[in-house]
Design a protein around this ligand. Sequence first.
Ligand code: NI
Length: 283
Amino acid sequence: MQLAKYPGAILVCGALLLTAGCTPATNDSSATSSPTPVESSPPASTTSPNDALSGGVIETPAPTPTPTPTPEPTPTVDCTLVSCVALTFDDGPGPYTNQLLDELAEKKTPATFFVLGAKAQTSPDIVAREVNEGHAVGSHTWNHYQLTKLTPDALASELDNTTRAITAAGASAPTMVRPPYGAKNSEVMEAIKARGAAGIFWDIDSEDWKNKSTAITTARALEAQPGDIILMHDIHPSTVQAVPGIIDQLRAKGYTLVTVPELLGKDPSELAGMQVYSQTQIR
Ligand code: NI
């Protein structure tokens, strides 16, 4: 899984901050109230270059060598303890996806992208950016066909060609498939299962493709309840415009924004062939 780059209720630590220890993330309203256990910070370095400047007395350095700092384990959000929602974006990468990624980086917010294979093939750099910036990437098939109307061979091509485009961009083989239009039947779900993936649907539909309205898209997203998966599309400028406000207002309501794997608390491959609608609606 590539996630938890921007978990909500965590402390931010780093090798360069050893003498300062950990500082709480400040832009997540849930951070102060989260019961998520926190790793203690490593001991402060004994050989800070500031020592010689701080007191006028130069002390003899400690005889024991400074241990090489070990990287902090990546903390994860426990969505059984805090109220989480997952923003998901379909149909990209598109002309506005980089702008959306800028916004998500600014807000330190992870999201989940269900990419089209054909677009992933022409914009592998954007898929790579999604992964590198801590987002989760799933498959939205190659051509956005209604999968229930395809022959078995065509269904297989839709899934497998998209997996190839995603992995060619440097991402892991997707363990999440969102069938276009949410169209599924037993054949579709069996094909998804055979590829070690879960079917990821949604329970909040922003209908952003229809309303093309920042205000309406925002209002619909804000109907989310704990554990919800929110469906949006990164191909509409009105949606991309709405996202910063949606993030702020969801956080003001106490939500932690997570990727779908974080919401589920496991890699979706563990739910292969299942239909996931929210954190708890899985069948
Ligand atoms: Ni779609």
